[in-house]
Ligand binder design. Structure first.
Ligand code: SF4
Length: 331
């Protein structure tokens, strides 16, 4: 593949400044003489191409290692794209078999509120805030009748606390008035709730109702573009394009895998390419640090990444340079 890649990038045959074929291909001595004196266009120097390691770190048992497909997808066929996308998802499922929504919740109401609160802040911050919110206002009825100033005080650490207070009280009122105090299990109903867009609705549908949905958050958008799964930038179009590459039953887990990978390895500014388990399948390999030792230092694991250390980190995750997250609340 290395050879093929460099062959694709090889300089074109030299042409004279006039754009004609070089002297060696023209007939006659005068033509040769004229060509000799003519300025010759220099071919641009071949660009150095980062080549991903040939072996995926997290290989699926019983299957062949991922083939190196660095820089292929300019002319990648639809079938090849579907295969590569599904291979990436399988590799990530091996690395993050426990991937799940990182917001704590016990019922659909708590999940929809927590998801609304998670805008522009971390899930960890939301998880630190929601216990006191739900202790004081456990149901939509309680939160719809709350004093906004008291809710604002609780939500202050989440940022944009006035707007978020308005949204969670508003959506609680809508749940009480329009849905009998229950969170609806249909997309078209969920998106009518204040502060709830398609992204939040799919999180709720996928994780509280078991209905397949793709969550197009900032990580998802960045990664699917790096992987050239789609060139779209509008979240709804990304959702449709990526949804067409996978069976519906994969959508919810796919969203978790991609988002976990984006949070821990394929960061916006410094992706840890040298410690990335799907490097052989990624056309953007080399966009981040490729030195394995330096790349390992870029891996990020949020506190509670393994909730309460109930789950043992899988070997593939450790092989990829991962370290067990400290227990919840530590450090
Ligand atoms: S970390 Fe690098 S190699 Fe891995 S998915 Fe991101 S850009 Fe690709």
């Amino acid at each position: 593949m290395k050879k093929a890649a460099s062959a694709r990038r090889a300089a074109p045959a030299k042409k004279t400044a006039s754009g004609k074929e070089p002297a060696s291909t023209t007939k006659g001595a005068s033509a040769k003489k004229a060509a000799k004196g003519a300025a010759v266009k220099k071919a641009p120097a071949a660009k150095k191409v980062a080549v991903a390691p040939k072996k995926a770190t997290a290989r699926i048992k019983g299957t062949a290692p991922a083939r190196t497909v660095v820089h292929p997808p300019g002319d990648e066929s639809r079938t090849a794209l579907v295969r590569r996308a599904r291979r990436i998802n399988r590799e990530l499922a091996e690395v993050f078999p426990y991937a799940h929504p990182e917001l704590d919740f016990e019922n659909p109401f708590q999940l929809v509120v927590a998801t609304v609160l998670s805008a522009q802040t971390t899930d960890l911050r939301v998880n630190q805030t929601t216990p006191s919110l739900f202790a004081k206002y456990p149901t939509p009825e309680d939160l719809s009748a709350a004093n906004p100033e008291e809710v604002e005080e609780i939500l202050r650490p989440c940022g944009f606390f006035r707007a978020k207070t308005k949204s969670v009280i508003g959506l609680s009122k809508a749940l009480v008035e329009d849905f009998g105090g229950e969170v609806p299990g249909r997309l078209e109903d969920l998106v009518k709730l204040p502060g709830v867009g398609r992204k939040t609705a799919f999180v709720v549908l996928g994780n509280a109702f078991g209905r397949p949905g793709i969550t197009v958050d900032t990580h998802f958008q960045r990664l699917v573009r790096r992987w050239r799964w789609t060139g779209e930038s509008d979240p709804d179009k990304i959702e449709a394009a990526v949804g067409a590459l996978f069976p519906k039953s994969d959508w919810t887990d796919l969203s978790h895998h991609v988002i976990w990978h984006g949070r821990r390895i394929c960061h916006a500014r410094k992706p840890a390419c040298g410690a990335c388990p799907i490097a052989p399948l990624c056309p953007a390999y080399g966009e981040g640090e490729t030195d394995p030792e330096k790349a390992k230092k870029l891996l990020k694991y949020e506190k509670g990444g393994f909730p309460g250390q109930r789950l043992k980190p899988p070997q593939a995750y450790l092989d990829a340079g991962g370290t067990p997250a400290p227990p919840l609340g530590a450090g």
